[in-house]
Design a protein around this ligand. Structure first.
Ligand code: GYE
Length: 325
C-alpha cells in the first residue's frame, strides 16, 4: 500500500516532468503469484439481466477461489466509474477487472491504475485503441467480436426477409465499444444489399425502457419500418412493447433481431415475436480469473481473449431457454 502510494506519486511526478508519453511508455505492471488476491471489479450498471448475470458470475468465481472481490457499480455513469477505479487503487487491490462503460472516458482510469502499479483486465467492453493498448496499458481485453455479432444479426435478417427490409436501428450506449462495433458490423453487411436500408437510428442506451421510448418515437416517424435491429435484447424487448402499443404484430409486421441471448429474448423467439438473437455470453467469471492466474504465472497474454458466441432462433430457443439468464 505504502509502496503503491509512493509509486503512484513517483509516476505522476514523472508525468509532470516528462509529459504523459513518459508514463504510457512504462511497462505493464506485474502481478505476484499468491494464493488469495484482493481483486476489484468495476461494473458499469445493473439495470439489465446481462449485467446481473455477469456480476453473479464474477462474484461466484471469486468466492469459489477464495479471492476477496471489491465490487463497485457505476450506475450508468462513466464519471462514477472513474472514481470507483480510483477508490480501488486507494484500497490497494492487486488487480482490477474493468468493464469500461464508454471507450474514451475510462482511459484516465486505465492509466491511473497503470501508474499505481496495478494491472487492469478489460471485461466485455473495450477502450479506444488509439489511446490505450493491450499488453502496454492494460493486460488484455476479454470479450466478444462485436463487429461479427452485428454482421450475423444482419445476415439473419437478410435470410429471413429475402434481402428486403426497412430497418430501425436501436443503438447501444453512445461511445461504448459494443455500440460502435455492432453498428459497424451490421452496416458493413447491408452496404451492398440494395433492398436493405436503415431508415432511422438512435441510441436506446442498452436499456429496456429507453429502447421502448425510442422505438415508439421512431415508429411514429417511420410507419413503413419492416424490421428493427437492436444492439441488445433489452432494447429489443422494449421495441416489442412499442410495436404492440402501436397495434403492430412483432414477428409478423416487423421482424426483430438483436444480440445477447437473455431469457426474455429466447421466450420472445419461442412466442414468434422475435426472429433471432446473436449470443453475447455474460458469464465471464471462470475466464477472467483463469486469465489472472496465467498472468501472475508470467505467461504472455494475447491482447484479445475472444469469447465465441452461439446463435439463437426458433430452431434452438426452446431447447436452450432452461439455461438462459
Ligand atoms: O450486450 C449489453 C450490456 O458490453 C457486451 O452491455 C456488453 C453489452 C451487452 O449492457 O446487454
Amino acid at each position: 500500500m505504502l509502496r503503491r502510494t509512493f509509486l503512484a506519486l513517483a509516476a505522476s511526478a514523472a508525468a509532470i516532468t516528462l509529459g504523459v508519453g513518459a508514463v504510457s511508455a512504462q511497462e505493464l505492471p506485474k502481478l505476484k503469484q499468491k494464493d488469495k488476491y484482493k481483486v476489484g471489479f468495476a461494473q458499469t450498471e445493473s439495470n439489465n439481466p446481462w449485467r446481473i448475470a455477469q456480476t453473479e458470475s464474477m462474484k461466484a468465481e471469486a468466492a469459489k477461489l477464495g479471492h476477496q472481490l471489491v465490487y463497485t457499480d457505476a450506475a450508468g455513469s462513466a464519471a462514477k466509474q472513474v472514481a470507483d477505479v480510483n477508490s480501488m487503487i486507494a484500497q490497494g487491490v492487486d488487480m482490477i477487472f474493468l468493464a469500461p462503460r464508454e471507450e474514451k472516458p475510462l482511459i484516465p482510469a486505465v492509466m491511473a491504475a497503470k501508474r499505481a502499479g496495478i494491472p487492469v483486465v478489460l471485461l466485455d467492453r473495450n477502450v479506444d485503441q488509439s489511446l490505450a493498448k493491450a499488453g502496454k496499458d492494460y493486460v488484455t481485453f476479454i470479450g466478444s467480436d462485436f463487429v461479427d455479432e452485428g454482421r450475423r444479426a444482419a445476415e439473419a435478417l437478410d435470410k429471413a426477409t429475402g434481402g428486403k427490409a426497412q430497418i430501425i436501428q436501436l443503438e447501444g450506449t453512445t461511445g461504448s465499444s459494443p455500440a460502435n462495433d455492432r453498428r459497424k458490423g451490421f452496416e458493413d453487411y447491408i452496404k451492398n444489399k440494395l433492398g436493405m436500408k436503415i431508415i432511422a437510428s438512435q441510441s436506446g442506451d442498452f436499456a429496456r425502457d429507453k429502447g421502448r421510448q425510442v422505438a415508439e418515437t421512431l415508429l411514429q416517424a417511420h410507419p413503413g419500418a419492416t424490421a428493427i435491429y437492436a444492439h441488445n435484447d433489452e432494447m429489443a424487448i422494449g421495441a416489442i412493447s412499442a410495436l404492440e402499443a402501436a397495434g403492430k404484430k412483432p414477428g409478423q409486421d416487423v421482424q426483430i433481431v438483436s444480440i445477447d441471448g437473455t431469457r426474455d429474448a429466447l421466450q420472445a423467439i419461442i412466442d414468434g415475436k422475435m426472429l433471432a438473437t446473436v449470443e453475447c455470453n455474460p458469464k465471464f467469471g471462470p475466464k477472467a480469473f483463469e486469465t489472472m492466474a496465467r498472468y501472475a504465472k508470467g505467461e504472455q497474454i494475447e491482447p484479445w481473449v475472444i469469447n465465441t458466441d452461439r446463435f439463437f432462433d426458433k430452431s434452438n430457443a426452446g431447447q436452450l431457454i432452461a439455461d438462459a439468464y
